[in-house]
Design a binder for this molecule. Structure first.
Ligand code: AP5
Length: 237
């Protein structure tokens, strides 16, 4: 597919349960449209690994499959979105995840992004990825990630050519700490209780579109590109 890196894309919000494919699709959207992936999970994990103050505060919540408190995550997102590479647009992967985060994001976009002609002015598009529950379990238990380049694999669906080894750089693949069965249950519960209301929030504002996330990765990507293209065409007309 041809790359689309000329015009403003605006904020793209990927919404879906753990294992829905947010990270997988965000990387493809980032590559195609030339806008950065802002993954709150990745930024938090990096902070935990580096032992920063934020990482120390977030660690126990993440290990137990609970959400990290809103104030910590919102400050972190604000810092990231103010970076110059977010000017044409950005992909939010894993944020917002509570109704409070969604309201906070709307206020931030209103005050800092849409008033400033230097930044992308499209309204956010919110893409809900719908996936069957049993499929989610297989995806989470089978996920492996490259610690060097971040590429995501799955032992059931997208295995590496050599078992447990990254195709791109030969690093040994790792299993995420929170992809253990007992933590996966907590994460899926947190999604039902705290993140489902975010979908309702955007549905009421008429901003939510759905894609069928049960399909193979390429088919999901095709649906995403179609939705993003029609949204940005409508926003710029
Ligand atoms: P986070 O890192 O955001 O995890 P998550 O939402 O649980 O989502 P995942 O990364 O598990 O799944 P994904 O949808 O990205 O799927 P992926 O593409 O990898 O958050 C982790 C923790 O950080 C949270 O629990 C919380 O503690 C904290 N946190 C983060 N953000 C926060 C926030 N805003 N507020 C508070 N706390 C926050 O795919 C999964 C697998 O499926 C892979 O193996 C992939 O290869 C495979 N796959 C993907 N698509 C397909 C397909 N179409 N067909 C077959 N296989 C597929």
């Amino acid at each position: 597919m041809e790359k689309e890196i000329r015009r403003n894309v605006g904020p793209i919000i990927l919404l879906g349960p753990p294992g829905a494919g947010k990270g997988t699709q965000a990387k493809r959207i980032a590559e195609h449209y030339g806008v950065p992936q802002v993954s709150t999970g990745d930024i938090l994990r990096e902070n935990v690994q580096r032992g920063t103050e934020l990482g120390v505060q977030a660690k126990a919540f993440m290990a137990g499959g609970e959400l990290v408190p809103d104030t910590l995550v919102c400050d972190m997102v604000a810092d990231r979105l103010r970076q110059p590479d977010c000017e044409r647009g950005f992909i939010l992967d894993g944020f917002p995840r509570t109704a409070a985060q969604a309201g906070w994001l709307d206020a931030l976009l209103e005050h800092e992004f849409f008033d400033n002609t230097q930044r992308g002015r499209c309204l956010p598009i919110v893409i809900g990825i719908d996936v069957d529950y049993n499929q989610l379990l297989l995806r989470l238990t089978g996920r492996r990630t490259c610690p060097t380049c971040g590429r995501i694999y799955n032992v059931h669906f997208q295995p590496p050519r050599v078992p447990e080894t990254c195709d791109l750089d030969g690093s040994a693949l790792v299993t995420r700490n929170d992809d253990r069965e007992e933590v996966i249950g907590e994460r899926l519960t947190a999604y039902q209780l705290q993140t489902r209301p975010v979908a309702e929030y955007y549905e009421l504002k008429g901003r939510l579109v759905h894609v069928n996330g049960d399909l193979p990765v390429d088919k999901v990507t095709e649906q995403m590109f179609r939705e993003i293209d029609s949204h940005s065409a409508a926003s710029s007309s």
